[in-house]
Design a protein around this ligand. Structure first.
Ligand code: NOJ
Length: 723
């Protein structure tokens, strides 16, 4: 008998239900008693190492069977050292860096006694109004799968039982990002085919990558809230995918089955969640209160409970908690580790996306400018640059743009500063005058604007995603001075920038860049490094275009420049059927403001000679696609080379483009390189009408380029081999 099975055999029902209960620590004494009494198996939101060690002592030495605790925390984009928000990390398109960030977060958080993080969030996010897009890895299933798996590897390390490894959690299973109108917690209606082709692949990838836990989403999925959705949690996750680990509910999502109108009372909610296979209840006590009766009345079987508790104990075993429940701190709290800070700077640098750079305004040169006006509420705010989901970092340890710029330019450039607006939401324009004055006497106005941290993240959704408050007016006021404007935006989501773009000379989109945002941005602005971030999500022109994503379907009447009609070009009383008649709005162009994958550099890259190694590809074989990329500009730089395909005809219609590969390459100025992508026909598979994952024969277009709007294309044909 294994260790876990023999432990399980000794447990009372009360102890088993205790393992299924996760407590939020809002009362130390109550929690300590619950631990001693075996009423709790995991704790959320305790980060004090002494308290955690004491809880582990009570669990292992003063409870009847000595079972250690899972200690969970939302370690989302760093713990003490804060990296860019996940959406920013996704803009690096670097699985290596994303893995390193997660690894450092695991080192720092495990040092406090944490052994489980509720990350990564791999919800496909195609609605920038949704505040949680900040926590996501963007809109694309492939990018999300690759980067999400990298995060899991970073958190979990080689071996879960290593001192610095923590369990990861694939969340929120599934479809949460499709919340109607981008309002958090809202209903999701996703046809099964789209669900399987778009929303599930990252979760499947993480299950395959060995993620230790899954979290059930808060949301209602096609009428059945996920927390009580047996089809999703049992049939798909456990039966189809053979996922062996525990599923945790979201915060209070079991009692919320009553609020959804799915269950009549909490007893029924506990029953449905248990039937669906939610093993751990987060923060509420529906299981503790109702499972004993449900078991007594034979509605829930003891075997079922044993299966669930077995998963939880196995996780504790894999984490090595039975051997080493205690944590010995090895990192100094007062000072951040310099290696961690270096990584934070590198990731922030590679996450920034250059959206505009007219007349080569950037990079700035210390030799060419003698004065710089730094303007904006986010230029010198160590708290706001950290972004959402930051609990355990000290904002005083952040390096702001203003500080980093002053340090960088020393005495060679005269730097003046004015906030212009008190916060990103302010509508009081009293500070405009001061900002205008410093802009008037400067060579360049550097405006650092965007969204405060609190405007994105859980429950922080916006119906209008323009720059908030009076920031557009502030840009207009500085524009009127005639001083060139470099705009840096820190935000937790795409911002609709169509109106401000003509007023500014350059735009660097920095997301919420984290602790080292200041130095990273400064080095980019002054050309010490070259921008290389690429958008992991489409930037719309205005909210009316949402949902807008690159991998849309073609429709029967695709929009085109030839057919597009602008509202202002329509003659009065024009006949109904005389115009356009394609899939477009009249009052905005059908294209996005910036496409998925977009990002400029200070240098220019040229792509040519796209080739396939064979035109006919048998099912089961690889096809190689090559391209030559040349750095024809003047800066050494990295570039993210992207490969897209289109399956021209499918038994279910296929997107006009799908990302199937990417490589971040470094190319010195003047050099060329041949880039090779290998695609197996399995990677071209999709869920068909029978919900089977199949590659279909037929013609494929394939593109390689620097963003999803690339035109360099070739083709190959997938064929079924005849014997
Ligand atoms: C609710 C959020 O949806 C989830 O992502 C998070 O992990 C839990 N709260 C715990 O804070």
């Amino acid at each position: 008998m294994s260790f876990v099975s023999s432990l399980l055999a000794q447990m009372t029902l009360k102890e088993k239900i205790g393992q299924m209960s996760q407590f939020n620590n809002d009362d130390d004494e109550k929690l300590e008693n619950s631990v001693k009494n075996d009423d709790v198996g995991s704790v959320i939101n305790e980060v004090n190492i002494d308290v955690i060690n004491e809880l582990q002592r009570l669990a292992t030495q003063e409870s009847r069977l000595g079972i250690p605790l899972l200690i969970g925390r939302d370690v989302i984009h760093g713990f003490n050292t804060i990296f860019p928000i996940p959406l920013g990390q996704a803009a690096t398109w670097s699985p290596e860096l994303v893995e390193t960030c997660a690894n450092i977060a695991a080192i720092e958080s495990s040092n406090s006694g944490i052994n489980w993080t509720f990350a990564p969030m791999i919800d496909i996010s195609r609605d920038p109004r949704w505040g949680r897009i900040a926590e996501s890895l963007g809109e694309d299933p492939y990018l999300c799968s690759v980067l999400g798996s990298a995060m899991v590897n970073g958190f979990q390390g080689e071996n879960l039982s290593d001192k610095n490894s923590i369990a990861a959690c694939a969340k929120h299973f599934a479809g949460y990002g499709a919340s109607e109108s981008g309002r958090d917690y809202n209903t999701t209606n996703i046809p099964e085919n789209e669900f399987r082709n778009v929303y599930l692949p990252p979760f499947k990838a993480l299950a395959d990558a060995g993620v230790s836990t899954f979290m059930a989403s808060f949301s209602d999925l096609n009428g059945v809230p996920v927390t009580g959705n047996s089809w999703l949690l049992n049939d798909v996750l456990r039966e189809e995918w053979k996922y062996p680990g525990p599923v945790v509910s979201d915060w209070g999502s079991i009692p919320q089955l009553v609020t959804h109108g799915f269950c009549v009372d909490e007893e029924s909610a506990a029953f449905e969640a248990c039937q669906a296979g939610v093993d751990i209840e987060m923060a509420s006590d529906t299981y503790a209160k109702n499972l004993p009766l449900l078991i007594k009345n034979n509605k829930v079987s003891l075997e079922q409970i044993d299966t669930m508790v077995n998963r939880i104990l196995l996780l504790k075993f894999d984490l090595g908690l039975f051997d080493t429940p205690f944590t010995e701190s090895t990192l100094l709290e007062e000072k951040l580790n310099s290696n961690h800070l270096n990584v934070a700077k590198q990731v922030a640098t590679k996450s920034c996306v250059l959206l505009k750079n007219s007349k080569q305004t950037l990079p700035l040169s210390k030799a060419k400018i003698s004065s710089l006006a730094v303007i904006g509420p986010l230029a010198d705010d160590g708290y706001e640059q950290l972004g959402t989901w930051v609990f355990d970092a000290k904002p005083s340890q952040s390096i702001t743009c203003l500080n980093a710029i002053k340090k960088h330019v020393g005495d060679s450039v005269d730097v003046s500063f004015s906030k212009g607006l008190e916060t990103s939401r302010s509508i009081n324009q009293e500070g405009f005058n001061d900002a205008r004055q410093i802009a008037l006497s400067a060579d360049v106005a550097l405006m650092i604007l965007g969204e405060e941290a609190i405007l994105s993240g859980e429950a922080h959704c916006r119906s209008n995603i323009d720059l908030p408050g009076c920031q557009e007016q502030l840009i207009n006021a500085i524009y009127e001075t005639g001083t060139p404007i470099v705009l840096v935006i820190m935000a937790g989501r795409p911002i609709t920038l169509e109106k401000v773009l003509p007023k500014v000379d350059a735009v660097l989109f920095a997301w919420h860049p984290g602790t080292m945002g200041g130095p990273a941005i400064t080095e980019l602005l002054f050309g010490e490094t070259c921008p290389s971030g690429k958008l992991p999500v489409t930037f719309p022109r205005n909210v009316g275009q949402i949902p807008l994503y690159y991998s849309q379907k073609n429709t029967g009447r695709p929009a085109s420049d030839a057919t597009f009609v602008d509202i202002n070009d329509i003659k009065v009383r024009a006949p109904q059927t005389s115009l356009g008649m394609t899939c477009a709005h009249l009052d905005t162009h059908f294209s996005p403001l910036f496409p998925f994958g977009f990002g400029l550099s200070y240098t220019q890259f040229e792509y040519k000679n796209i080739k396939v190694n064979k035109h006919l590809v048998n099912i089961g074989e690889n096809v190689e696609i090559t391209v030559t990329i040349s750095n024809v500009g003047n800066f050494d730089s990295e570039e993210v080379v992207q490969l897209y395909i289109r399956d021209l005809v499918g038994s279910v219609t296929r997107p006009v483009k799908e990302l199937k590969g990417f490589q971040r390459v470094y190319l010195p100025a003047g050099q060329s390189e041949k880039i090779v992508f290998t695609v197996h026909t399995d990677e071209l598979a999709f869920y068909n009408r029978q919900m089977k994952l199949k590659t279909e024969a037929g013609l494929f277009n394939v593109w390689i380029g620097s963003n999803s709007d690339t035109e360099l294309k070739t083709e190959f044909e997938v064929v079924i081999q005849q014997d």
